[in-house]
Ligand binder design. Structure first.
Ligand code: ATP
Ligand code: MG
Length: 370
């Protein structure tokens, strides 16, 4: 609808360590991008949470915060956790894992893209074309046993069992999400292939995962659908990662392969992440609070900034207002053009630019639309 303006409320949890700095940077950039585009507005609503908050108050999130963040249109998170501050039993402070559980954030989206002048681990020149997405199921699979509810079966000191759980309901949603993503990327000239990564030759649960994939594939005839066993896919991601587009997989496979894929294209400071459910989505850089570099203006804010772009894309779908998509594109273009011009030189990659300098460069490109 022409002339429509949507105001979206973003629940912001800055968290700990560099989480605060990169969340501030990302919100500043998101605000600048929406203002530049017009017709879409962001309102930020901060909720205190994390290890620092726990040390002060004995709670890991503000009273009522867990419910309040779910009422926003999206949640943005910096990073949570500090090694020195833990629960009495030694476990980490992790209110964000409860959010994933409470809001059923099943679709973990991890883009992996090579940028010019950013570190490149593969000598093959085709590695410059790496542009893929790992779609990791995030609420069941083998992690069903761990995370929030400890469902491992411990039989004295003689045996321990963890359960790999695949449900039809979640898997159907996940695969449809993957096909829609591949379709959208095809429209943007980025591929249009969805690879189901599994171990269907060994596990009944994985055969079920693949069967549902094959049932849904005909709904999306424009997407090239194929399968790969996870072990073979680990090899493919080293040998010819530039051939892949979107890959959908069970929780633990996604955990492992997203680190592998991320390693191909530079450091943690580039790894963006979205966790999306039926009602809301949580957007955060894939890295942690990095206490070793906190408070020194050394953190690379680009993972957080790219996560903010994912959030804007999500808001475009949620509201039906394409202006949010334009704002997301503006941020992606600024990162791409900034690297091309060698104007983005994060300290993480041995460059001379700290958190502030990288953010300023992106802000000026977003404002000037370059
Ligand atoms: P978590 O368990 O929360 O994932 P982690 O123990 O994996 O945390 P991170 O906080 O992600 O650790 O940090 C891992 C390493 O990567 C550290 O050396 C850290 O300094 C570096 N690092 C992480 N994020 C960034 C960033 N945005 N910019 C620069 N370096 C980073
Ligand atoms: Mg980590």
């Amino acid at each position: 609808v022409l002339g429509m303006t949507n105001t979206c409320r973003i629940a912001v949890i800055k968290g700990d360590g560099i989480g605060k700095d990169v969340a501030n940077a990302a919100m500043e950039v998101a605000q600048a991008a929406t203002s530049r585009v017009g017709g879409c507005v962001l309102r930020f609503d901060e909720t205190l949470a994390g290890a620092g908050y726990y040390a002060e108050t004995g709670q890991d999130i503000e009273p009522g915060g867990e419910v309040r963040v779910g009422e926003a249109d999206a949640i943005f998170l910096g990073a949570i956790g500090l090694p020195a501050i833990r629960h009495a039993d030694g476990t980490e402070i992790s209110p964000h894992l409860r959010l994933r559980d409470r809001y059923g954030l099943y679709a973990g989206v991890r883009p992996v893209k090579a940028y010019p002048n950013a570190p490149q681990r593969l000598a093959d020149p085709r590695a410059a074309n790496i542009d893929m997405v790992i779609l990791r199921e995030s609420t069941e699979g083998l992690f069903y046993s761990a995370a929030v509810h400890n469902r491992s079966q411990i039989i004295g000191d003689t045996e321990v069992r963890d359960t790999l759980r695949i449900t039809r309901a979640t898997t159907e949603k996940l695969h449809r999400f993957g096909f829609r993503l591949a379709e959208k990327r095809k429209e943007r000239g980025k591929g249009g292939r969805l690879t189901c990564v599994d171990k269907a030759n060994v596990f009944a649960s994985m055969a079920f995962f693949r069967k549902i994939f094959d049932e849904i594939a005909p709904e999306f005839p424009s997407v090239q659908a194929d399968h790969a066993y996870v072990d073979a896919q680990a090899l493919n991601l080293i040998r010819n990662p530039w051939d892949y587009d979107v890959m959908v997989m069970e929780n633990m496979f996604g955990d492992i392969l997203s680190d592998l894929a991320g390693g191909l294209v530079g450091g943690m400071g580039m790894a963006s992440c979205a966790e999306i459910g039926d009602e809301t989505g949580l957007f955060q850089p894939a890295h942690g609070s990095a206490p070793d570099i906190m408070g020194q203006d050394k953190a690379n804010p680009l993972a957080a900034i790219l996560s903010a772009a994912l959030m804007l894309e999500y808001l475009a779908e949620k509201t039906g207002n394409a202006r949010f998509d334009e704002a997301a594109q503006l941020i992606d273009d600024a990162v791409q053009a900034g690297f091309e011009a060698n104007a983005l030189r994060p300290m993480e990659f041995g460059g001379d630019m700290g958190t502030r300098a990288v953010t300023t460069e992106i802000l000026s490109r977003v404002t000037a639309r370059i």
